[in-house]
Write a protein that binds this ligand. Sequence first.
Ligand code: ATP
Ligand code: MG
Length: 441
Amino acid sequence: MVPIPSYVARVLTELEARGFQAFCVGGCVRDCLLGRVPEDWDVTTSALPEQTMALFGGQAVPTGLRHGTVTVVSGGKGVEVTTFRVDGTYRDNRHPDSVTFTPSLTEDLARRDFTVNAMAMDLRGRIQDPWGGRADLEHRCLRCVGEPERRFREDALRVMRGMRFSAVLGFELEEETAAALVRCRELLRHIAAERLREELVKLLCGPQAAQVLRRWPQVVEVILPEIGPLVGFDQHNRHHCYDAWEHTLHVLDAVEPVPVLRCAALFHDMGKPECFALDEAGGGHFMGHPVVSRRIAENIMTRLRFDNATRDQIALLVEWHDHRIQTQRGLRRALSRLGAENLRLLLVLQRADNLGQAPVYQPRRQAELTELEKILEQLLAEDTCFSLRQLAVNGRDLLALGYQGAEVGWMLRRLLEQVVDGELDNDRAALLAAVRRNSGK
Ligand code: ATP
Ligand code: MG
C-alpha cells in the first residue's frame, strides 16, 4: 500500500489534534489500495470550513467555501480539505441545489459516485468502507453507491467518469451500473464542454480505452456524434480487414497513451465516410480524407474547448497521417514543415495506422517506418538545417543587402527550402552569394 505522504499526514495530524475527525478520502484511498501513486490527495473532516480556516491560518485558502472546501498549503502542495457534507437535490443533472454539512462520515461517503471512490482512511491507515468499496476493488468492479440510475441522473458527469475509470483502471462496470450508464447517456448533453474534454482525454489515455469505446460507442456518440458514421463502415479496401471504427480502435491501442497521439488516432479517419468512392472493380477509395478529417477534428476540439496549441498539433497530425514519405528529400521536407517533435509523433501514428490494417501489408511498411525513423534520428544528430533558426543567414543579413518588409521572410523561406532540398549548402557565403544572384545586387 502507498503510504500517506508527510505533507498530507501533517494536515490530518493537526485536525485530529484539535479534536476533529479527518481522513484521506476518495480517489487517493482507492489508488493507495491498488498500489498506484495518487494524483491528488483529498481530505474530509468534521471541522467546519471556518474552523479549518482558523486552524491553518495563512496556509488556508478558501477555494470552494460554498461546497465546504478549503485548500491547505502544506509542504509546498495544496491539499483540499472538505467538510463532511451531503448534497441536496440536483438541478440540471450536474449541480446540487444546496450542500449541507453533516457530522457523519458515512453520509459523506454516500454522496460519492462509485463504491471504490467511497472509502476513507485515517492517519493510521484504518479504512472506513460502509459501501463495500474494498470488495469491489478486489473484484475490479465499478459499482455506483446506491441506485445507479438515480446517481447518473443527479450528475451526468458520472457517466463519463464511469467509462473513464473502466478505461484507466481496467475495471468492469457492474451490470446494473452499466445498464443505467447507457440509459442515462443523453444527459451528457447537460455537462460543460471542459469537463467532458477532461474526462474524454483521461479515458483515451487509459490502457483499456479501446475496449471501453468498442463497448459503448452509443454513449461516446452523445458527445462525439462524428464517430457514428465510422461504426460498421465497410471500407471495401484490400488494405483493411476491419471496418473504419474497429480500425480506429486498433490504431488508438497501438499508440502510446499520451493525449496528442490518442486524440489524433481517434480523429484520423473521421473524414473517410464523407470521401468514400467505389471504383469499377469495387474497391473503396478515400481521396482527400485527411483534410476532411482535420476539419472534423478541429470542429470537435473547438467544441470541447481544447487549448489552441494542443488543437493545432493534433490537427496537424491528422492532416499528415496519410502522407507517404518516400525519399530522404521527402523526409527533410517533412522535418522542415513539421519540426522534429511532430515528425516523430507522425511516424508513431503512421506505424499504428499500419498496424490497424490487414496483416499482410504490415511487414514492409513497418520496415519502411523503422528506416525513416533511423534516418530522422541521424539527420537530427548531424544537426542538419531544417528551420529558419538554423539557417546560416538571418533577416539582418537580408536587410543589409537591401531587402525590405515581407521580402525578407519570403527570401529566407526560399533559402531554407533550397537548403532542405540539398540545392544549397547551409553556408553563409554560399547563401549570401545566392541572395545576390537572385536580386542582381
Ligand atoms: P483522479 O484519479 O482523477 O483524481 P478521483 O476519483 O480522485 O480520480 P476526483 O475528481 O479527484 O476523482 O474526486 C475525488 C473524489 O470525489 C472521488 O473519488 C469521489 O469520491 C468524489 N467525486 C468526484 N467527482 C464526483 C462526482 N461527479 N460525483 C460523486 N462523487 C464525486
Ligand atoms: Mg483525485
